[in-house]
Write a protein that binds this ligand. Structure first.
Ligand code: SAM
Length: 262
């Protein structure tokens, strides 16, 4: 797929970009689960004003990013909402996702994105081919995330920037009891330090969505970044401003901007 051509189609079977079997050993792969429920995600992500992306997270994340440069890669792009917004903001962007259903949705949207079907842990892109990468709400959904972070370091040029948004590790490591009252406690039931697969269900309006992810402590991300040669420049913690206290007092998301050392 030429990165400088127009809309990229999912790679043909047998090409390096589609050779995702090489990293598909374990059953229940997180991206297989995302692929199976792509329809739900597309409805959730595209419902106007529904998700935190539209309500507050997109604006905070985009303020964080460097200005458009040579090429931006959107890792785990899903149905393409961030890819489309990056393009509107002037980025020359290509999205990567391991789910065929998500790639297909991004390609067939009225504003089609350039996307490549591929695994974040084996990026179908040349070394030193981008100056910016982002992973918006996807690293916690990627198995062996540290391999994906190394891959991002490989495809970035020296001094390239990597913008990440994840579920805040304290938020994925615990939960509120069912009650909504003022004394509704937030508890960490299992060890915060233990990486654990989890599949919380979130409901909002008429929509319900299961989020398949792995809870990991913050240090799993900082170690993956520094181990791959990144320096963490900025870190931001966000909460949902529309939630009542005490829910508003617990951070929901963590955004990180990192720069490749050389
Ligand atoms: C919560 S969705 C986020 C999509 C998009 N970034 C957004 O915010 O709209 C997570 C995405 O990560 C993708 N994903 C999970 N594992 C992956 C992997 N190993 N390689 C590439 N994409 C992966 C899933 O297919 C899914 O589309």
């Amino acid at each position: 797929v030429s990165l400088d051509s127009g809309v990229a189609a999912p790679a043909a079977a047998g090409s390096p970009a589609s050779d995702i079997r090489a990293v598909t050993e374990q059953p229940g792969h997180l991206s297989d689960r995302w692929n199976l429920q792509a329809k739900d995600w597309i409805t959730w992500a595209r419902a106007p004003g529904h998700d935190s992306y539209w309500r507050f997270h997109r604006d905070a994340f985009f303020e964080f990013l460097p200005p458009p440069g040579y090429r931006t890669v959107d890792i785990g792009c899903g149905e393409g909402r961030v890819t489309r917004d990056l393009r509107k903001a002037g980025h020359k962007v290509v999205g990567i996702d391991r789910s065929p259903a998500m790639c297909s949705a991004a390609l067939t949207h009225p504003e089609p994105s350039r996307v490549i079907l591929g695994d974040a842990r084996q990026l179908p892109l040349p070394t030193d081919s981008a100056d910016c990468a982002i992973a918006f709400m996807s690293l916690q959904d990627i198995d062996n995330m540290e391999i994906a972070v190394k891959e991002v370091a490989r495809i970035l040029m020296p001094k390239g920037r990597f913008g990440i948004a994840i579920v805040h590790p304290i938020y994925s490591g615990g939960g509120f009891a069912d009650a909504q009252g003022d004394d509704d406690p937030f508890t960490v039931k299992k060890s915060y330090f233990q990486s654990t697969p989890c599949s919380p269900t979130h409901a909002g309006g008429d929509l319900t969505m299961v989020f398949h992810r792995e809870h990991r402590p913050l240090r799993a991300y900082t170690q993956a970044l520094t181990g791959a040669g990144f320096v963490i420049e900025q870190l931001n913690e966000l909460t949902d401003p529309d939630k009542p206290e005490p829910r508003r007092g617990i951070p929901m998301f963590l955004d990180i901007l990192a720069t490749l050392r050389s």
